[in-house]
Design a protein. Structure first.
Length: 319
């Protein structure tokens, strides 16, 4: 689907295609425990979020240098451009890299190099969102934010990702307060596997402007009313929800009911190398499986620009 759109829920590490993983492994002398790309692809059968995260973190071992990060981001931007993406707000997971000895500066400067050229090369404006791993400590998140201080000119917002259940937003109250003081915008994953109360907490305690996923709001009608009234954007990822078993099949995804309820829904790819499609593929899949018509697809595309961290002039240019 080539409707112009913004992508707002995309983990750059989740765009690592098997071919690039093997190329980087060879370049960096890393041995992968898979014979080839086909063998690796057969590992992409997930039970839940954690079983995916295990592979996602393991495969990152091949991405090491500034050039690697630049190449990873450039490959995503090329694919996204071919699917109608005009603006991308891109997550990255600094702690997953610093924990294995890759300096934060290598990550941010490598990604930044690709992002800097993106408008000219791919016609995509970009922003970078630094995510904290919620299954790590609040202290580690605070240290990460402090370490990012020299790179804040490249970073627009903070986010919260990784294993959700048992790690409620309130754990990160202090680091989000500090991020706000530093002028960063705020989003958080909530209500993917975690309960609707995590969505409320992300709004009320962390002060986020968007909810990443937010799928489980549908279990709480009062919360749905609030999200509608306040026009809180939800960055949904239907293919991810199927692969990680948040829903049984795409046909059963609540996206149509969520649109019907008046929620400000957007559709995104999350970790496209692992979940079977980039954002244009996702638009196509929800059209086929859920019978969304052209007008509804146009609404989703329009919503993505409304939900983006763009000012009015930037928004007009991107559309
Ligand atoms: N949820 C939480 N953490 C993640 C995801 C996700 O879908 N993808 C990469 N990290
Ligand atoms: Zn995500």
């Amino acid at each position: 689907m080539h409707l112009p759109k913004a992508e707002l829920h995309l983990h750059i590490e989740g765009t690592l295609e098997p071919e690039l993983a093997f190329a980087l492994a060879a370049r960096n002398g890393v041995t992968l425990p898979y014979a080839d790309t086909e063998a690796l692809r057969t590992a992409y059968l997930f039970e839940d979020l954690q079983s995916f995260l295990n592979l996602y973190y393991a495969l990152m071992a091949v991405v090491r240098t500034e050039d690697d990060f630049a190449e990873l981001a450039d490959a995503y931007l090329a694919r996204a451009a071919a699917q109608g993406v005009r603006h991308a707000e891109i997550f990255f997971d600094p702690q997953a890299h610093t924990a294995r000895g890759v300096p934060l500066g290598t990550v941010v400067e490598g990604l930044g190099r690709a992002l800097e050229r993106s408008e000219e090369k791919h016609g995509i404006s970009t922003q970078l969102i630094m995510c904290f791993l919620r299954d790590q400590s609040a202290e580690s998140a605070l240290e990460t934010l402090e370490a990012a201080r020299p790179h804040l000119h490249r970073i627009s917002a903070v986010g919260l990702d990784s294993a959700e259940v048992g790690h409620p937003p309130v754990k990160f109250r202090e680091v989000y307060e500090r991020a706000g003081e530093l002028g960063l915008r705020k989003v958080a994953h909530a209500g993917e596997e975690g309960p609707p109360s995590y969505i409320r907490e992300a709004l009320d305690v962390l002060g986020v402007e968007r909810i990443d996923h937010g799928l489980r709001c549908m279990e709480d009608p009062d919360l749905v009313k609030r999200l509608v009234a306040e026009r809180v954007p939800l960055t949904l990822c239907p293919l991810s929800n199927v692969r990680l078993r948040a829903v049984d099949t795409l046909e059963q995804h609540p996206l149509p009911a969520m649109l019907e309820a008046g929620l400000l829904c957007t559709v995104n790819s999350d970790d496209p190398a692992y979940f079977g499609g980039y954002v244009g593929d996702t638009f196509h899949a929800v059209h086929e499986a859920l019978g969304l018509d052209r007008e509804q697809l146009r609404t989703l595309a329009r919503n993505s620009f409304e939900a983006a961290f763009l000012d009015h002039d930037e928004e007009r240019r991107a559309r």
